[in-house]
Design a protein around this ligand. Structure first.
Ligand code: SIN
Length: 475
């Protein structure tokens, strides 16, 4: 198990010798310790990246594409090992971890295919005086800061396009789940990524790590996934050097069910939108707006499926919901549930933490949730589905949009034209229409409003990691 820092192709301990424990959320016990880097190591990693970036940027697109394709292959070849590592440190069921490895690896394959298609343009100035050439050089060194909910995919969604565009990176993996990141970095080296192009520096002092990265003159961009609150802080700090930023922040997704929807399909989609990866996703359905005539039936069906989930250690056969990441997560989920119940909601199933070691919460469906209950305005990040019946579509759309978040939304209806009309009016970067999943390496992932800036995935995702240069030329 890799548990050191990767700087300039060398595996190192931090200068101060500090280490931190990685915990198994299914038991609360220690898995191992990992070397912690501080500002000095973050700076050294930026130096290494700056050095390596020059030749990586000059590498032929086809060669970069082949290295990226080898990275995809390496991850696929190590699916079982990586999935087990994800389940160990994150806790999600092995089947979800296996899915995450495929999803994470796919960013390399998609970006390998795109690396040879980073196009510019040539045009004539309107006055006919000169040509306008536009091209897209790499940004430079990118600081990548990732969350614990997808220990592999949140890294590769940034890393693969960054490399395709010719950048080098310094990664701060999450403190809770650094082991997957370190093993992926090792696989990438074996797949042919040159030393120094990818550097990984886990830390316990995120603030000073980030300060050192922002202050390094080679760093030109920050790519972050995490909470809106931390995103705001990083944006303020990145402003000191006017760094380019891509921010994938929090969500508060509405899941809308009209009375003409196929309710079984809607429940199936709801389970995906709510429960994939143990409900710890930014795209998770957070508020279920269900047309009043079918609200009781939808709630009963959803409660039956939620109640049949097997909660437990992600390694156990048949487990479909793993532990939450830590005790604080359980406290925050439970407090939202208690407030909703206090305001008149009833638990159709679940409604409390599970009394066992580790950090487990019972899959919960709350019926008749008051629209102004705090659970409708805060990101739950846990296995709780609040159902809010509606009668007036206009009022429901206004309520769905009455949030500063705008990442994902879901709509279920048999009337495709209505589904498209409603989808267009939702202030969300991504809409699943009769689908419970929106994530796809070939699609632009990202949010409106305070859910983020920029997009990841698709060709938009690569151009985020480039500059635009225009050359006015006469010939
Ligand atoms: C996230 O939770 O930020 C990512 C979810 C996904 O990629 O599906």
């Amino acid at each position: 198990m890799r548990n050191q820092l990767l700087i300039g192709g060398k595996w190192l301990d931090g200068g101060a010798g500090e280490r931190f424990a990685v915990l198994d959320p299914a038991t609360g016990s220690e898995i191992t310790t990992v070397a912690a880097g501080g500002p000095a190591e973050a700076t050294a990693a930026c130096d290494a990246a700056a050095e390596a970036q020059r030749s990586w940027a000059a590498t032929a697109p086809r060669v970069k594409a082949e290295v990226l394709r080898a990275c995809w292959q390496a991850m696929v070849d190590h699916t079982d090992e990586l999935a087990r590592l994800i389940t160990l440190e994150h806790g999600k069921p092995l089947v979800d971890s296996t899915g995450e490895v495929a999803y994470a690896a796919e960013f390399f394959r998609w970006n390998a295919e795109e690396a040879v298609r980073i196009h510019g343009s040539l045009g004539m100035a309107p006055g006919g005086t000169n040509r306008i050439i536009v091209h897209h050089p790499p940004v430079g060194v990118v600081a990548i800061v990732t969350p614990w909910n997808f220990p592999a995919a949140m890294i590769t969604r940034k890393l693969a396009p960054a490399l395709a565009a010719g950048n080098a990176v310094v990664i701060k993996p999450p403190r809770e789940t650094p082991l997957t990141a370190l093993r992926i970095a090792e696989l990438l080296e074996e797949a042919g990524v040159p030393a120094g192009v990818v550097n990984v520096v886990p830390t316990t002092s995120s603030g000073s790590w980030f300060d050192a990265a922002v202050d390094h003159k080679a760093v030109r961009m920050v790519s972050f996934t995490g909470s809106t609150e931390i995103g705001r802080q990083l944006l303020r700090r990145a402003a000191d050097r006017v760094l380019k930023t891509v921010m994938e922040l929090g969500g508060n997704a509405p899941f809308i069910v009209f009375d003409d929807a196929d309710l079984d399909a809607a429940v199936e989609g709801a389970m995906v939108a709510k429960m994939r990866h143990s409900a710890e996703t930014c795209t998770a359905a957070n508020r279920f707006f269900v047309e009043a005539g079918v609200a009781a039936e939808f709630t009963a069906k959803l409660a039956a499926v939620m109640g049949s989930m097997k909660v437990g250690n992600g390694f156990e056969e048949g487990v479909t919901c793993g532990p939450m990441i830590n005790a604080q997560a359980i406290e925050s989920i439970d407090s939202l549930v208690r407030q909703a119940v206090g305001a008149g909601a009833t638990a159709a199933v679940g409604g409390s933490p599970l009394d066992r070691p580790g950090f487990f919460y019972a899959p919960t469906v709350l019926a008749d949730v008051a629209p102004d209950s705090p659970i409708t305005s805060e990101e739950i990040f846990g296995p709780v589905a609040p159902v809010i019946p509606f009668t007036d579509t206009e009022a429901m759309i206004a309520q769905a949009n009455d949030t500063e978040m705008g990442l994902a939304a879901y709509v279920y209806t048999a009337d495709l034209a209505r589904g498209l009309r409603v989808s267009e009016r939702l202030e969300s970067g991504m809409v699943g229409l009769n689908r419970g999943a929106v994530s796809d390496p070939a699609a632009p992932f990202g949010g409106m409003k305070q859910s983020g800036l920029g997009r990841e995935g698709a060709s938009e995702g690569i151009y985020e990691f480039t500059e635009t240069q225009y050359i006015a030329t006469s010939w």
